[in-house]
Design a protein around this ligand. Structure first.
Ligand code: NDP
Length: 340
């Protein structure tokens, strides 16, 4: 069975690709250049011998960007759409963030409807940003919750990303409701994601946004003091996120669509630092702040709760611990550092 995976160079996509290969799916990934596509092809471990190839989609904001990428012989059944920019600073928030997030999402759905009638389901990487309503947090969040963020807030560059994710997901549900395409929809609303960096990553400066605090600890950038953890204190391991996408392609959905809130637990920067110190004591001498720093946990005593039962019951997820996630992330970074 064939799949399309958008944003193949991405952190999360690299693990979705591994998981699709492990499950025996043929995959065509979309990437922004030939060179990036070739890096991915070189990096994969394709023991099952499935077909993996790439097509270039330079900018997902462009009209019809995915038209060619979804036309294929033989036809394929599933699409996983992960491509969307994830940074926290923008020069031009609309062009760099909102357009690729929102038009990229509606664009791929339009292309599938127009040119890929064999597709049964589309799985979109949304975000917990489409669920949470900071600073007016609810006591408990689950898939029934929608962020109260507004387009007005997107003008603040620190908010643009999370607002864009909400409106991208909303646009996807509106598309399915209004256009009645031949496919159904699942969204993975994962929280802040840690885990091994992609094997195709050229160097640690290019590490994705959510792994940057672990990279900063490993590279000694917090040696003088641990940066504040806020605003995010929930995490999930990227391999759980990847499995969620692959399982969400085929599980029976209660409705024509379903959201899955994918969150594994709580973290704080001092807890991460303590985990690294215990697992790799040699890093303590060269990179980590003094041990007293780990004791100054800034995890808030009144933190809200999450209900991830749908992801466990329907997708069968068993969440990876913070310890394993951090240690495996650090190992992957050390491997990349020594290869560079
Ligand atoms: P990455 O930055 O590693 O991946 C982003 C991907 O999107 C890259 O493949 C990038 O291509 C591609 N991309 C970005 N903008 C464009 C564009 N204009 N045209 C074409 N391709 C584009 O981030 P993640 O793997 O962390 O994020 C993947 C998805 O997961 C995103 O939708 C993000 O919002 C979502 N998410 C991430 C979370 C996290 O904590 N990491 C949490 C919740 C959701 P290139 O490499 O060429 O730049």
């Amino acid at each position: 069975t064939g799949t399309r995976l958008s944003g193949g160079t991405g952190f999360i996509a690299s693990h979705v690709l591994d998981s699709l290969i492990d499950h025996g799916y043929d995959v065509v990934v979309t990437v922004r250049s030939e060179e990036k596509g070739r890096r991915i092809e070189k990096s994969i471990d394709n023991a099952l011998g499935v077909q993996v190839s790439f097509v270039v989609v330079e900018n997902i904001s462009d009209d019809g960007a995915f038209d060619e990428a979804v036309q294929a012989d033989p036809p394929f059944d599933y699409v996983v759409h992960t491509a969307s920019p994830y940074q926290l600073q923008w020069e031009d928030p609309v062009r760099e963030c909102l357009d690729p997030a929102i038009k990229g999402t509606t664009g791929i759905l339009k292309s599938i409807k127009a040119f890929a009638p064999s597709v049964k389901r589309v799985v979109i990487t949304s975000s917990s940003a489409a669920i949470l309503s900071p600073p007016n947090h609810r006591p408990v969040y689950d898939e029934t919750c929608w962020s109260d963020s507004t387009m007005e807030q997107a003008k603040d560059p620190r908010q643009t990303y999370r607002v864009g994710k909400k409106f991208a997901e909303k646009a996807a549900w509106d598309f399915v409701a209004n256009e009645q395409p031949g496919f159904d929809l699942a969204t993975i609303n994962n929280t802040y994601t840690f885990g091994p960096v992609p094997r195709s990553l050229p160097h640690l400066n290019a590490v994705n946004t959510s792994n940057q605090r672990i990279r900063d600890l490993v590279e000694g950038r917090m040696r003088a003091g641990i940066a504040p953890t806020a605003p995010v204190f929930t995490f999930v391991d990227v391999r759980d996120v990847a499995l969620a996408h692959v399982r969400a392609m085929t599980v029976p959905l209660a409705a024509p669509g379903s959201r899955f809130y994918v969150v594994g637990g709580y973290f704080s920067n001092p807890r991460i630092c303590g985990i690294i110190r215990a697992a790799r004591p040699e890093l303590a001498a060269t990179c980590l702040p003094p041990p007293e720093a780990d004791a100054q946990d800034d995890f808030p005593s009144d933190h809200w709760a999450f209900d991830n039962s749908r992801s466990r019951d329907v997708l069968g997820l068993q969440y990876t611990s913070l310890e394993k996630s951090v240690v495996d992330t650090v190992e992957s970074m050390l491997r990349l550092g020594s290869a560079a």
